[in-house]
Structures are given as C-alpha cells and as structure tokens.
Design a protein around this ligand. Structure first.
Ligand SMILES: [Fe+2]
Length: 231
C-alpha cells in the first residue's frame, strides 16, 4: 500500500507566524503535494493534522478550510485527515468533518494490514478540545479500551496514525499525557509495525522495541514536506 503523507500545513492568510511558519504558502504546497501523490499513484493520502490555522474571524477559517477541501476533492485519491490542535482551536470536530466531507478517519482494513487513526485532541481530564479552548501541551487519548479491542481485532500488521506524539524521544510537552500507557499497549500487542505522527515540527525518527516511530516535518516550515510511505 502506497501512502501520501503531509502534516502541519497550518494554512491561513498570515504570511508568517511564530517566526518560521509560512501559513499562506501552504495552499500551494498542498496542491504540489497532491500532484506528486497522483504522479506516484498513491492509494491513500493521510494528513496528520493542523491542516489550518486561526484567523480573525470564523468565516475566514471556514473559507480557508473550504479552499483546502476543494484541492482534496479534486484528487482521485481518497484522503484521511486527522484533527490537530490548531484545527480544533478553530472548529468543532463536527464542523471540521462536515466541511472536509469524506476525510473523517475510519480505520482501514486492507489485506493483512490495519491502519488505526487516533484522535488525541483531548485534555487529560477527558474532555475534547473546543474552539478557542485547546492546549498543545495538554494532550490525551482517552479511549484505551477501544484501542485494545481494535488491536485485538486487527488483521496482520498494524500502523497507528496520531497528530500528537507518543514517541518517548520527543519532548514531553509534545507528548500525550498517557503516552507511556499507550506505548505499553502497542508494544505488548506485537502487531504494531509503526506509529506516524505530526505536531513536533522538526520531525523525528526512532525505534522502540519492534515499532518504528516517525514524526513528519511540518509543511508550513519546509519546502517539499510531503512524503511517500510504502507499507
Ligand atoms: Fe502544528
């Protein structure tokens, strides 16, 4: 299975934020990424979150997300888009996927492979982020029993996708509050081959036990930050 991957595009009308995030350029970069994914005949595109960034008005945020959705919908390749903390700052989960349409993560069961998509846009108290009420340093995945059930039921190799980080090598402020517990479950399961993440913009590659952890570099801070994964 060939996947096209990008993350942390942070698209908005701002030319630059935080000194090195070139927000407004990301729409063109997303178009370039899809042209590349199509040329490489990818089976699926995965956006690992932080697709968009905040604006002064919600109308403008909606307009920006619609522009990105148009690019996604023009492609013959299906896209799955995880919600990042910046998406959650601007949109409820319901509105985000209402605009993005077909991109809501549903676990993919292909021949001898299972792709699991985890939404970690939760505070450690178990509440989901809401517009204007998020914290990039307080992130959590509350559905532990669900995760165990999905791993038990998974066919063959398992690949996990999450916006925030569970790689123990990544700075603690970027990691899920319960990353250690989740890693223990993934390691014990024995089926998990890799964990793919965004959120930590410089990116990272690690290996713990038999699991490869890969954090992709942020599109908004880099040129050509779109990737192909053969799994
Ligand atoms: Fe980000």
């Amino acid at each position: 299975m060939k996947l096209g991957i990008f993350t942390d595009s942070h698209y908005s009308s701002q030319e630059v934020t935080c000194g090195n995030r070139y927000n407004s350029r990301s729409l063109e970069k997303i178009k370039t990424a899809y042209a590349f994914f199509e040329s490489q005949k990818c089976d699926l595109v995965v956006c690992l979150g932080d697709l968009i960034d905040k604006e002064a008005s919600h109308e403008k945020e909606v307009a920006n997300l619609k522009k990105v959705t148009d690019v996604i919908n023009q492609s013959p390749i299906k896209t799955v888009c995880l919600m990042g903390n910046h998406d959650a700052f601007a949109f409820t989960k319901a509105e985000f996927y209402e605009i993005l349409g077909d991109c809501k993560p549903k676990n993919v069961k292909a021949k001898e492979k299972t792709l699991l998509f985890l939404d970690a846009c939760y505070f450690k108290n178990g509440n989901h982020y809401l517009p204007g009420d998020t914290d990039w340093t307080d992130t959590f995945y509350p559905h532990i029993d669900d995760l165990k059930k999905q791993l038990d039921a998974a066919n063959g190799e398992v690949y996990v996708f999450v916006h925030q980080n569970i790689d123990p090598n990544i700075r603690e402020d970027h990691r899920l509050y319960n990353a250690a517990e989740i890693n223990g479950i993934l390691q014990k399961c024995g089926k998990v081959k890799a964990v793919y993440q965004g959120h930590y913009h410089p990116g990272m590659e690690s290996k713990h036990g038999n699991i490869e952890y890969k954090t992709f570099t942020a599109m908004c801070e880099n040129e050509n930050a779109h990737f192909i994964l053969n799994i």
